[in-house]
Unconditional design. Structure first.
Length: 113
């Protein structure tokens, strides 16, 4: 089952956070070797369109369970103020997908720009 996370993004600012994934059985860092990590945001769960994507990176060895998600200031400036649903999905070399994280992103307005 995916872990639930709430994130906050200030519209027009650079956003970045790092999430560490552990194996449910061993409580050790999850091995991400051979996986591709993707993450998208939607305003509505029933929408077929993804409104924006996070840039996803993992640690160089892919063995520390580390996933960083980020978005440039230019991309956050294009988000509408309000809430979005998001998830972080891994795809292994066999094409099997696994949702590791799901949750809500709250986009707050910029006061000065």
């Amino acid at each position: 089952m995916a872990e639930y996370v709430e994130l906050n993004i200030d519209k027009g600012s650079t956003f970045s956070t790092t999430i560490y994934i552990t194996d449910d059985d061993t409580n050790l860092p999850q091995n991400l070797i051979g996986t591709i990590v993707t993450s998208g945001l939607k305003r509505s769960l029933v929408s077929s369109n993804v409104d924006a994507y996070f840039t996803c990176t993992t640690d160089p060895a892919n063995t520390a369970g580390m996933i960083s998600i980020s978005m440039t200031a230019a991309n956050t400036a294009n988000l509408k103020v309000g809430s979005y649903f998001f998830d972080v999905v891994t795809t292994n070399d066999l094409g099997d997908k696994s949702r590791l994280i799901e949750g809500v992103v709250f986009v707050s307005p910029s006061i000065t720009g």
